[in-house]
Design a protein around this ligand. Sequence first.
Ligand code: ADP
Ligand code: MG
Length: 450
Amino acid sequence: MSQDLWGSVKTVLETRVANQTFQTWFQPMTQLAEDQEVLTLKVPNQFFYDWMKSHYGEIIQSTLAEVSGRPMRVEYSIVLDDSENQNQPEPFYEPEEPVVKQQGFESNLNEQFTFSNFVEGPNNQFAKAAAEAVVNSNDNNMYNPLVVYGGVGLGKTHLMHAIGNAYHQFNPTKRVLYISSEKFTMDFISAIRENKAGLFSQRYRKTDLLIVDDVQFFRKKERTQEEFFHTFNDLHMNGKRIILSTDRPPGEIGLQKRLTSRFLAGLMVDITSPDFETRVAILRQKSEESGIEMPYDVIEYLATNIESNIRELQGALIRLLAYSSLAKSDINLQLAHKVLMDITGKMTKPIVSMEDVIGQCSESFGVKKDDIYGKGRKQEVALARQAAMYLSKELTHNSLKSIGLFFGGRDHSTVIHACKTIKIKMDEDDIFNAEIKALLRRLSGPVMRS
Ligand code: ADP
Ligand code: MG
C-alpha cells in the first residue's frame, strides 16, 4: 500500500525523536487531507493538540517541507472519534454487568476532591489538562498509564480523586478503584497470609480505572511489585485505564526495571511548587469553601511566607480559623503572624507596615511624614524617603512595585536605587549606619504593633 504524505513525514520523524515521543505524539495523528499548500492532520483532542503543537509543531513543519520539497503548511483538525471506539469489542473481558453506581464495589473515592475545586496554575496546568483528557477520552490506550509526579503536598492525591470522581460521573457503570500503594501492599500481605491471593488479584483486575497513589512506596517490596506488575499488565492488555502518582520521576524510584519501563511507556506529567499568584488563588478558594471572609492582606501574608507546599498553606488557614474562633478575635495580620510562628517555629518577617516605617523615619530624620510621601527633592527629605524605602523593603512583605506606588507613585527602579544608595551610605558612614540599624531594631522589635 502506498503511503500518504503524512506517512512519509512520519517515517522521517521516527528517526528524529525518541520512540516514546513518536508513539505518544505522532502515531495518534492521521492525515485528513492534502493539497498543494496544506496538509491537514486529524488530532484526537484539544489537550493533545495544545501540547503537541507547542512541542512538536516546528519539527513537523520543517520535516514536511523537507519531505514534500515545497513550502507547505500544516493544519490540524480536532476530531472526537466516538463511533470508532464504541464499536470496539472489549477484548478478553467478562461481559459487562450493568453495575449501578458501582454496587457492592468500594471505590475509595473522596468526593471532596474534584477538578472544579482544583485551582489551576502554571505549576499544575499540564497535569490537570492531561488528567481531564484521560477522563474525556474514549480511547483507553491514550496516555495509559498516566503518571503524575511531584513533591509532597502539591496536589497529587487531590488530582487522583478528581480523575476518579469525574470518570465515575461520566461512566457510572464502570468500576473505579482508588488505592494508596501502602494499602495495596497491606492488602496483598494479608491476602497471602490468609491464602486468598487469588481473590486479591481478582478484585484489582475487575476495575475499569485503577488509580494507585504514591507508587514510590513499592520500593524494596519485591513481591508486591511483582503482583502489581501482573495486575498492571492484565489491566493494560484489556484496555483498562491506569493512573499512578509518585513523589519523583518514575525512573528515579528504584522499582524493578520491567515495572519502570511500563510506567515510562505512558504519559508522565509533573506538578511543581505553586507560584505566588497560585498560592493566593488557592487560599481564596479554600477560605471561600469554608465560608470565611479572609482579608486580602492576610491571604497575601500567608502566600508570601509559605512557599513550597499547599498542604501547609491549608494547615495555616485552618489553624487561623481555629485561633480566631477560640480567641473570638477577627482574622487579621497579627493573628496570622502568630499562627505562622507556631507552625514554622521560627521568626518570620515581622509585620511592619509602611506607615510604621514612615512614622519612625519622620521622627528620626526630623522630616514631616507628608514630605516623605511627597515629591520634594530637598536633600534631607530625599534621604529620609530613601531610608524609608530601604526599611520597607527589609521589613515589610511588600514588593518593590508596591513600595514604589506607596511612596508617591514611584517606579520600582526608584526603590532599587534608594536601597543601593542607603547601603552605600551605611558602608561609608558609621553614624548613619548606626542610625539605620537602630531604626531596623526599633521597627522589628518584639512588641507587635497594631
Ligand atoms: P500530595 O498528594 O501531592 O501530597 P494533596 O493532593 O494531598 O498533595 O494536597 C494537599 C492539600 O492541598 C489537599 O487538601 C488539596 O486539596 C490541596 N491542594 C493541592 N493542590 C491544590 C490545588 N491546585 N487547588 C486546590 N487545592 C489544592
Ligand atoms: Mg498524596
